[in-house]
Design a protein around this ligand. Structure first.
Ligand SMILES: Nc1ncnc2c1ncn2[C@@H]1O[C@H](COP(=O)(O)OP(=O)(O)OP(=O)(O)O)[C@@H](O)[C@H]1O
Ligand SMILES: [Mg+2]
Length: 403
C-alpha cells in the first residue's frame, strides 16, 4: 500500500504517526514544507520518498502529486495536521481516491459549516452565526444575546477568542478582532469542558477517549498564574460523561467520518445538559496522544496506523487517569530556579511519567502563544481523586521563577 502523508515531520508528533504507518508495512510518501534534512529522524528513516513542496501552494502540491502518481499508484492520502486537512481532501478528489471529500473536510475546519450540519442532525450546538463585518457582529449579538463568544471561523489555540458580557464589552472587543475576516458569534455556554476523541476504521469507532480540561481552555489562556491541566479520564462509564460520549458518537455519524483520528470538544452545563463545542479530523495536540498512551499503556500511533490500513485495531482500555500540566514561571526573562520539584518527585515520583521543564537559564516561552508554556509534567493514577490531589500539589508546590 502506498500512502501519502502530508507534513510527515511537523509538528514533531507527525513523525511518530509516519513511523507507525511505515511499521504496518505501508510505503509512506511524505509531502511537506520542511527541507528533507530538517525532517525528524523518525520520519526520515521511515519515508519511502519525500516531496518538498510549499503546502500553502495548492497548485504546486497537486502538480507534485500528479508527478508522483505517474510512477506509483497512490492508495490513500493522510493528514493529521489541522491546517492541511482540506488540502488532503482536495488531493483525494484530484486523484480520485477514497477518503474524506473536500466538503466533509470543510465541516471539520469551518466552525459554522460544522454546526449547520450538526444542527440538521439534531445535535445541541450553541446558538451561532457567522459575521464578516462590524454591522453583522452587532446584529448577531442582538439576536443571540449576552454573554456570547466571538471567535475566528477557523481558529485554533483560542486565538482571537473573546467572551463578551455586554454591548460595552463588544465595543471594546470589536477593534481587537478587526483583522479576522470571518468570525463566529456564539451563545456563551457556562459549564465544564471535555473532549471526545476517537480512532475510527472503516466507519467503526475503534477507540474512544475523554479528557477533562481544568480549568476551561479560555481561562487557561487568559490567566498566567493558572497551571493548565488536560486529564484523560479512565472511567468512561462515569455517568457524568454518558451524554457527552453519546453526543460524540452521533457527531461522528452525522459528519460521515470513517477513518482516522478525531478530536471533539464539548461542554457540560451545571444542569447536566451537554452542548457541542467543536471537532477536528485530527488527534488532539499538546502531547495528548502521549497521555492516551500512558493511560492505556498502549500505542495510539500504532492504533491509528492499523485502523487506517486494515480497518481494525486491538482493543485498548484505560488503566489510569493521566494528566498533563503546563507550568508558567513567575517573572520575565530567563528561568533562574525551580522550587519544589525534588520534594514532589520524592513523594509522588511513582505517579510521574514525564518531567519536561525548561532548564535553568532558558528564555521563558510566550504562554499566550503556546500552551507548552515553560514546560510540562505528565502524571497518572488509577484513582481520579488521587490524580486530582497530585494535580493540586504540582499546581501549588512546583514553581518556576524567571528574571
Ligand atoms: N460558545 C462557547 N461558550 C463557552 N465557551 C466557549 C464557546 N466557544 C469557545 N469557548 C471557549 O473558548 C475556547 C476556544 O474555543 P474553540 O475551542 O472553539 O476554539 P479553538 O481556538 O479552535 O480551540 P483550541 O484551543 O482547541 O484550538 C473553548 O475551549 C472554550 O473554553
Ligand atoms: Mg477548541
Amino acid at each position: 500500500m502506498n500512502i501519502v502523508m502530508i507534513s510527515p515531520g511537523f509538528p514533531l508528533e507527525q513523525a511518530y504517526f509516519t513511523r507507525a504507518l511505515a511499521q504496518t508495512g505501508a510505503q509512506v510518501i511524505g509531502v511537506g514544507d520542511q527541507p528533507v534534512h530538517a525532517l525528524p529522524r523518525e520520519a526520515q528513516a521511515h519515508l519511502a520518498h519525500y516531496e518538498h513542496v510549499a503546502l500553502a501552494d495548492e497548485s504546486a502540491v497537486l502538480a507534485a502529486l500528479d508527478g508522483l502518481s505517474a510512477y506509483v499508484h497512490i492508495d490513500r492520502v493522510e493528514c493529521l495536521w489541522e491546517p492541511y486537512v482540506v488540502l488532503a481532501a482536495r488531493i483525494r478528489e484530484h486523484l480520485g481516491l477514497p477518503g474524506m471529500s473536500v466538503e466533509q473536510a470543510t465541516w471539520f475546519r469551518d466552525k459554522e459549516a460544522m454546526k449547520r450540519v450538526l444542527d440538521a442532525a439534531g445535535i445541541r450546538t450553541p446558538r451561532h452565526t457567522s459575521a464578516s463585518n462590524a454591522a453583522e457582529i452587532w446584529a448577531a449579538a442582538e439576536r443571540i444575546g449576552y454573554p456570547l463568544i466571538v471567535k475566528p471561523i477557523a481558529g485554533a489555540g483560542s486565538a482571537d477568542t473573546y467572551r463578551v458580557d455586554s454591548a460595552e464589552q463588544l465595543a471594546q472587543v470589536q477593534p481587537m478582532i478587526g483583522h479576522v475576516p470571518l468570525v463566529s458569534v456564539e451563545e456563551f455556554i457556562d459549564g465544564e469542558e471535555f473532549t471526545y476523541d476517537t480512532v475510527c476504521g472503516r466507519g467503526e469507532i475503534l477507540f474512544e477517549n475523554v479528557c477533562w480540561y481544568l480549568p476551561r481552555p479560555l481561562q487557561q489562556r487568559s490567566h498566567e498564574w493558572i497551571s493548565p491541566v488536560t486529564m484523560v479520564l479512565s472511567d468512561l462509564a462515569d455517568p457524568r460523561l454518558a451524554d457527552g460520549i453519546a453526543m460524540g458518537r452521533a457527531v461522528i455519524e452525522s459528519l460521515g467520518f470513517t477513518d482516522g483520528f478525531t478530536h471533539m470538544e464539548w461542554y457540560r452545563k451545571a444542569d447536566g445538559e451537554v452542548v457541542f463545542g467543536e471537532i477536528g479530523a485530527r488527534p488532539p495536540g499538546a502531547r495528548t496522544v502521549d497521555l492516551m498512551n500512558y493511560a492505556t499503556d498502549g500505542d495510539l500511533f500504532a492504533t491509528w496506523a492499523q485502523a487506517i490500513t486494515t480497518g481494525s485495531a486491538p482493543p485498548l482500555t484505560n488503566k489510569f487517569n493521566c494528566a498533563s500540566m503546563f507550568k508558567r514561571a513567575e517573572g520575565r526573562g530567563r528561568i533562574t530556579h525551580i522550587e519544589g520539584l525534588e520534594r514532589l518527585l520524592r513523594e509522588e515520583g511513582e505517579h510521574v511519567c514525564v518531567v519536561d521543564l525548561l532548564p535553568i537559564g532558558a528564555q521563558r516561552r510566550d504562554w499566550r502563544a503556546t500552551l507548552l508554556s515553560d514546560g510540562m509534567i505528565i502524571y497518572r493514577h488509577m484513582d481520579l481523586g488521587q490524580t486530582l490531589r497530585i494535580s493540586d500539589r504540582f499546581a501549588n508546590e512546583l514553581r518556576l521563577y524567571a528574571e
